[in-house]
Write a protein that binds this ligand. Structure first.
Ligand SMILES: [Zn+2]
Length: 289
């Protein structure tokens, strides 16, 4: 594995050799202080994210919702979360992202994701779990954090995904010309694995970071961060069936997650109370699961 990691590193170095200053190496998460190994640049990740997003949208199984009752609330919440991101410690990156939001009509799939570059997808199957726009804000705060904190890029740099990383690199290298299709492994590393049937849950530290920063973003967007606790309670109850989702094999475990959210809540409530609260209407009902 060590050897494989060096091979990956070598290939990534070669890839980055045209613009060596963008090779970031080790970075520190501005919220948690966790040190992150990153071997791709933000612009490379944005390119890969855009490509993965296009692949999802081109998937014949994917039907984008045209129903304004489904699309409008998602866009409303997403816009507020994105505005909050642009005021956050990730402001610089959030302003650089080319944000896009898609609602996928799939009532059986309880999922949502945000890819590097700010490419967001929400499956209608998440509506009963999110329940209200405040619950959806907790979902989107969590997902957008995965993208802003560069969790997908970190997975690509972590060695255990050597093959995926190599294929991603190949895709990136060819992007200027052929623009080849990203492999399933690459899609999974970036965060769109559920769409291609490859579940690759984020690690415990990624999930905790997404929960923590996610409720700060939701609170700053004007949504009650306490809804996150209810969201994860419903997730626990409803996660029995349906299609693949990053939420189905979640880390940390349920009890730990709720305990952590409660620990972080005073900070989030402080932000929320300084904001103008936003109405949190119910999300539309979907067909029975
Ligand atoms: Zn997550």
């Amino acid at each position: 594995m060590i050897r494989a990691r060096w091979v990956t590193r070598f290939v990534l170095l070669v890839l980055s050799s045209t613009s060596p200053f963008v090779l970031s190496g080790c970075e520190t998460n501005p919220y948690t202080g966790r040190s992150q190994l990153l071997m791709t640049s933000v612009s490379e990740e944005m390119q890969l994210g855009a490509q993965a997003y296009q692949q999802v949208k081109n998937d014949p199984k994917v039907h984008q919702s045209q129903d304004s009752r489904e699309v409008e609330p998602v866009k409303r919440v997403a816009v507020r979360i994105i505005e909050a991101a642009k005021r956050s410690k990730y402001a610089e990156m959030a302003k650089q992202f080319q944000w896009e939001v898609t609602v996928i009509k799939d009532d059986k799939t309880m999922n949502a994701f945000a890819l590097p570059g700010g490419k967001i997808a929400v499956y209608t199957g998440i509506f009963p779990v999110a329940k209200t726009e405040a619950g959806l804000a907790a979902v989107l705060g969590h997902e957008v954090t995965h993208a802003l904190a560069r969790h997908g890029a970190e997975r690509m740099s972590q060695g255990e995904l050597t093959n995926a990383a190599l294929q991603v690199v190949g895709a990136a290298a060819g992007a200027s010309g052929m623009n080849p299709t990203l492999s399933q492994g690459a899609m999974a590393a970036l965060g769109a694995g559920a769409q291609v049937g490859v579940l690759l849950p984020f690690s415990r530290s990624h999930e905790s970071e997404a929960d923590y920063i996610g409720i700060l973003l939701a609170a700053d967007a004007g949504y009650d961060p306490r809804e996150s606790v209810h969201l994860w309670e419903r997730m626990e109850q409803l996660s029995g069936g349906g299609g693949p989702s990053e939420f189905l094999s979640t880390h940390p475990g349920h009890e730990t997650r709720i305990a952590q959210l409660k620990k972080w809540m005073p900070e989030a409530m402080g932000i929320y109370q300084a904001r103008q609260p936003v109405p949190a209407a119910d999300l539309p009902a979907i067909s029975a699961r």
